[in-house]
Design a protein around this ligand. Structure first.
Ligand SMILES: *Cc1c(COP(=O)(O)O)cnc(C)c1O
Length: 396
């Protein structure tokens, strides 16, 4: 049986064109990019070409891209690095209440260390309020970190407006763009972004490769000027991220970016069509079901549905038995029984948040996957509801 993978927000399959590039470089480009000899120099050329390709997708300066091991590392470096470098200026940081744990948890750790955090509330769609943001800023605010697009409900935040507010107040602006990078046009200059996190494995690239965009002043004016490295070691990546670069993985990341750049416009349109087709059909075929997040200001591949009277976990397991891979929300919290903090933040009750299903579409999905899902989902929902202890409430 063909498996229909609808969990592309958790991670994506690696594009065969990317695999080919990685394999070639694993074999041929084994040098240490810091070595002076020919083999090292060759690795360095691949590394710098990859940096140039990737920076062009953001309209960034090539030297402002720092390679890391993951989106999580980039988020940690942005948050803790800025906090440590600026603690004399102030200890106030503003984030949203729907950030990924990779941003939220470093902030909680900073709170333990005496920093002041503001968690901006969001409305029913997951948008922060720009007036709220302005009112929250103080003389001690050193960083605003708001995600580009949410991993659970797909909401795309007003990044340009946030960037303008940050710039007007002379505050650094970081965005976790792991879900948006390569899926939406991003120009760091137009959007006034100072720091940005991305990860290759959410974009049909390899796992274990990420990047942090760090606007040039930080590097040109000297290491640690406004963002300190997380680790001490060698002088790699302009002194910001020690350790021998993963050149084959980074070359694969660059190939993934090249493909994304080429195909982005058509891909957004293609996925938006499939997304809206699934949403409309599910809402039509299944009662007591609703869409979480905004109807249109969402990632083209994101669907998040709430089903009354049943648990998202049972839905995911039943879909898996039919050969469909989905998620209850965020893969990172699926091991815990806590309801999703994102769904709670948009106003769902805990029992409603537990009945959510995230379907995230990607490059290798097509209309026939949608039709297969639409054939399998309604009978599964019916069967689970027939067994549900919560069903009695439905009949009252
Ligand atoms: C997946 C994800 C991360 C973490 O990226 P990793 O490369 O898996 O560490 C961070 N933020 C968001 C929004 C994500 O979706």
């Amino acid at each position: 049986m063909n498996y229909v993978y609808l969990d592309n927000a958790a991670t994506t399959p690696v594009d065969p064109r990317v695999i080919e590039v990685i394999n070639t470089h694993l074999k041929e480009t084994y040098g240490n990019a810091s070595s002076l000899h020919n083999i090292g120099e060759k690795a360095n050329r691949v590394l710098e070409q990859s940096r140039a390709t990737i920076s062009s997708l953001l309209n960034a300066e090539k030297d402002d891209i720092i390679f890391t091991s993951s989106g999580t590392e980039s988020d940690n470096m942005a948050i803790k690095g800025v906090a440590r470098a600026n603690k004399k200026r102030g200890k106030h940081i503003i984030i949203s209440s729907i950030e990924h744990h990779a941003v939220e948890n470093p902030c909680k750790e900073l709170e333990n260390q005496g920093y002041n955090l503001t968690y901006l509330p969001v409305d029913e769609f997951g948008f922060i309020d720009l007036e709220d943001l302005k009112e929250t800023i103080t003389d001690n605010t050193i960083l605003i970190s708001i995600m580009f697009a949410n991993n659970e409900i797909g909401t795309i935040e007003p990044i340009k407006e946030i960037g303008e507010i940050a710039k007007d107040h002379n505050i650094l602006f970081h965005t976790d763009a792991v879900q948006a990078f390569g899926k939406l046009p991003i120009d760091v200059n137009d959007l006034n972004i100072d720091l940005l996190s991305a990860s290759a494995h959410k974009l049909y690239g390899p796992k274990g490769v990420g990047l942090l965009y760090l606007r040039n002043e930080g590097i040109k004016k000297g290491v640690g000027k406004y963002c300190k490295p997380l680790m001490e070691g060698g002088g790699h990546e302009r002194g910001m991220r020690p350790s021998t670069e993963n050149v084959p993985g980074i070359a694969g990341f660059a190939k993934a970016v090249e493909i994304a750049k080429m195909e982005m416009t058509q891909e957004i349109e293609r996925l938006t069509n499939i997304r809206d087709y699934i949403i409309n059909q599910v809402l039509k075929k299944i009662d007591d079901c609703y869409l979480n997040g905004h109807p249109s200001k969402r990632l083209s591949g994101n669907i998040n549905l709430g089903f009354k009277y049943i648990e998202g976990e049972s839905l995911v397991l039943s879909l898996d038995m039919e050969g469909i891979g989905a998620s209850t929300g965020s893969a990172c919290s699926s091991q815990s029984l806590e309801p999703s903090h994102v769904l709670i933040a948009i106003g769902l009750k805990p029992e409603e948040a537990h009945g959510s299903l995230r379907l995230s579409l990607g490059r290798f999905n097509d209309k026939s996957d949608a039709n297969y899902l639409l054939e399998k989902l309604p009978p599964i929902v019916k069967r689970l509801r027939d067994m549900s202890p919560l069903k009695g409430e439905k009949d009252d």
